[in-house]
Design a protein. Structure first.
Length: 243
């Protein structure tokens, strides 16, 4: 395969990964606490894509790894006392099916047994390691430091976790993260009751980038087709000369 076709195919593959990422961002633009993914491009040196004898190896564009933008989304008021948002850095800690999960989506509810849980039913964890037991009646109050009170009684303080290196966080689902690294208490974070954090996806920006990447893909596709046509014509010309 010639260098033109290989380079075009490598570019098409990278753009396909970008399209998948952008489409997922747009699909979650209304998901509370969702953090947008972005691509990090690099060059792959292909040992197979060498030029003529003595030529240098070709370099192909690839997405080395996606990275997550953890910037804060807009906090919008809901008026529900069980809706919570974090202003600043940090994550709510919940008990997932296979261990601790971390989320910025504070759309919580009170389960029939009185536990504060996520929409998926994961219990929200306190600094003591347990959950919260909330009475069916009585005003629920959540302070900025995550302390939860009801009827004048302190029920516990929410565990707001942070990480010195967010590269350790791996997405699990639309709004959850898991990490092999040990979390640390969040510094400077404030819990705001009756609010939810919106996704930080810029829908207009993502839509424009989606169109741009699609056009790049189409141009690379034309380049690959052109390379194939040139190869076919070269073979046919050699056949005519040989005859």
């Amino acid at each position: 395969m010639d260098t033109l076709t290989i380079t075009a195919a490598g570019g098409m593959r990278a753009r396909m990964e970008s399209l998948d990422m952008l489409a997922n961002n747009l699909a979650n633009s209304e998901t509370g606490g969702y953090k947008t993914d972005r691509e990090f491009y690099d060059l792959y040196v292909s040992a197979e894509a060498t030029g003529p004898a003595g030529g240098s190896a070709s370099t192909l564009p690839v997405i080395e790894r996606p990275w997550t933008d953890f910037s804060q989304g807009t906090l919008r008021a809901t008026g529900s006392p069980s809706d919570l948002a974090i202003s600043g850095k940090g994550f709510f800690t919940v008990d997932g099916p296979s261990g601790s999960l971390f989320t910025r989506n504070g759309s919580f509810r009170v389960s029939p047994d009185g536990s504060l849980v996520t929409t998926e039913g994961y219990a929200v964890r306190t600094v003591s390691g347990g959950g919260l037991k909330i009475q069916p009646s009585g005003d629920l109050e959540v302070a900025a430091d995550g302390t939860v009170r009801q009827n004048g009684q302190t029920l516990g303080r929410l565990q707001i976790a942070d990480f010195s290196n967010t590269d350790s966080l791996v997405k699990q689902g639309a709004s959850y993260f898991r990490s092999a690294a040990a979390p640390q208490p969040a510094s400077g974070a404030a819990v705001e009751q009756g609010k939810l954090e919106s996704s930080n996806v810029g829908a207009a920006e993502s839509a424009v980038r989606l169109v741009s990447v699609m056009r790049q893909f189409e141009m690379l596709q034309k380049a690959a087709t052109l390379g194939s046509q040139m190869n076919r014509e070269a073979v046919e010309e050699v056949a005519r000369v040989a005859s």
